[in-house]
Design a protein around this ligand. Structure first.
Ligand code: FAD
Length: 457
């Protein structure tokens, strides 16, 4: 059974979730053509603006996304913000199916005093800054400090620690934004401390990222293991990936200790600490330290122990704090059923609650968890549900939908300049060309106006 001809489908967001949903639909249904709306003039979401510049291999998924975009069955419509330039309701009026794959681009807050001090930033902003995200290009940072604290112990936290400590000769061969490279060249940061509420058995990073940290040239590590006997006793009960990470932590805590004094830079993993307050220096300008509560982990469930505050406090001196405590989404329209606590759209198997013909996939549905491969699964699963519903006639409406033309003329009336995939390729070529002069894979263009002008040359 195929989908009846003349059905119109659009996807909001051109990150992995959008592209993998499109991939499933295009591969499995000949009667489907897709429009993909993207807020920025450029595609690929966090693959361009999240994945670390030194993880070039991870960015190879862009080749897959490019072949989907050039399949002749997908139209990329960049530089269009849904919720501002067009509403969800406009899209529902024009299309039989709307897939929301707009990711999670907001910060979580710790809710402690001092979060808005100078030199306290979210990981999302910091990552956007070094990756050339237009809205973060002017982020005010002071890297003229010795110690940075990162709150959080996941992969994003390790990415940031690595970028802060990697020798410049390595970073300058990546596609890191020029302004960030310049600032990192002048950076005085030599200690990076990663603070977590729980213990070594609960770290949220993967072994690849841990290995990269351990192997950083001219950088030593301090891994504070207060309960080594307990950790060793738990190892046989853990899953294989968890066992490998824990063994590597134990081994590194043993062998690297001696080098700490000599290496010019170091990173530390500090466990069992809950941030309580951020304190400023006497001149009341920049951050001076992070006050943490010391925890004890309780219960037999080592995977998910209870955290008990011992009542003890200590201050970790630092001149910069980066909060890596997760991303969240916001609803892009008032009528969208939304779980404000988890920061995700309310949905079941990708079907948005109470909204026939509206689906969601990726981080906006699941929350900011998992890697690109998990988003692939989410995109393909949602693609399956969409085809099931279209084939059963579940997305049928009483009126025939007009499709893209009505939206494009609405955008033209508002003076919005949509960017096509071919135009993105012009911009892509220009970035690669500019990168060649500096032996970088590309020099990202940061200014949105300049991006559009080059794209439309
Ligand atoms: P996104 O990639 O965020 O895509 C959402 C898209 O929607 C964006 O292009 C955005 O501009 C667009 N959008 C937002 N709002 C609107 C709107 N209103 N209208 C139109 N468009 C809109 N995974 C790995 O496998 N390896 C890694 O090394 C890795 N590193 C990471 C590093 C960081 C710092 C982060 C945050 C994540 C990393 N990930 C990594 C995870 C990976 O990036 C995510 O799994 C994946 O990008 C989620 O895909 P998504 O499509 O749901 O969201």
């Amino acid at each position: 059974q195929t989908v009846p001809c003349g059905k119109f489908l659009c996807i909001v967001g051109s990150g992995p979730a959008g592209f993998y949903t499109a991939q499933h639909l295009i591969k499995n249904e000949p009667n489907i053509e897709i429009d993909m709306f993207e807020k920025l003039p450029v595609p690929f979401g966090l693959v361009r603006y999240g994945v670390a510049p030194d993880h070039a291999d991870v960015k190879n998924v862009i080749n897959t996304f490019t072949s989907i975009a050039k399949s002749g069955r997908l139209q990329f419509i960049g530089n269009v913000t849904v919720g501002k330039d067009v509403t969800l309701n406009d899209l529902r009026t024009a299309y039989d199916v709307v897939v929301l794959a707009y990711g999670a681009a907001q910060d979580r807050w710790l809710g402690i005093p001092g979060e808005n001090f100078e030199n306290v930033v979210s990981a999302r902003k910091f990552v956007g800054w070094y990756n050339g995200l237009p809205e973060e290009s002017n982020l005010q940072l002071n890297l003229n400090v010795e110690t940075a604290v990162i709150i959080g112990q996941g992969n994003v936290a390790l990415d940031i620690a690595r970028i802060l400590l990697t020798p410049i000769e390595i970073l300058e061969k990546t596609d890191i934004a020029q302004h960030a490279l310049q600032a990192l060249k002048e950076s005085r940061i030599r200690n990076v401390k990663l603070v977590g509420r729980r213990g070594p058995l609960q770290v949220a990073f993967t072994i690849k990222e841990l290995r990269e940290m351990i192997k950083l040239p001219e950088v030593s590590n301090r891994i504070h293991l207060e309960d080594r006997d307990y950790i060793e006793a738990c190892i046989p009960k853990t899953s294989r990936p968890r066992r490998r990470i824990t063994e590597l932590l134990l081994q590194s805590a043993n062998t690297k200790q001696a080098e700490v004094k000599d290496a010019p830079k170091q990173w530390e993993l500090i466990f069992h600490r809950t941030p309580v307050e951020i304190v400023k220096s006497e001149n009341q300008r920049s951050v001076e330290g992070l006050v943490v509560g010391i925890n004890r982990l309780k219960g037999d469930n080592w995977e998910n122990p209870q955290i008990e505050d011992t009542g003890l406090r200590e201050t970790i001196p630092c001149g910069m704090i980066i909060k890596s405590i997760g991303y969240k989404s916001l609803p892009l329209s008032e009528e969208l059923p939304f779980d404000h606590i988890r920061g995700v759209i309310r949905q079941k198997e990708g079907r948005v609650e109470g909204m026939s013909g509206v689906f969601c996939s990726g981080w906006v549905a699941s929350g900011p968890v998992g890697v690109i491969a998990s988003t692939l699964q989410s995109g393909h699963d949602v693609g399956k549900r969409i085809l099931e519903d279209l084939r059963k006639g579940n997305c049928a409406s009483s009126t025939e939908k007009p499709g893209r033309d009505v939206i494009l003329s609405q955008l033209a009336t508002k003076g919005v300049e949509p960017v096509t995939f071919v135009e993105w390729e012009t911009l892509d070529n220009e970035e690669r060309e500019r990168g060649k002069n500096q032996k970088k894979p590309r020099e990202k263009i940061i200014d949105v106006r300049e991006m559009i002008d080059i794209a439309k040359k």
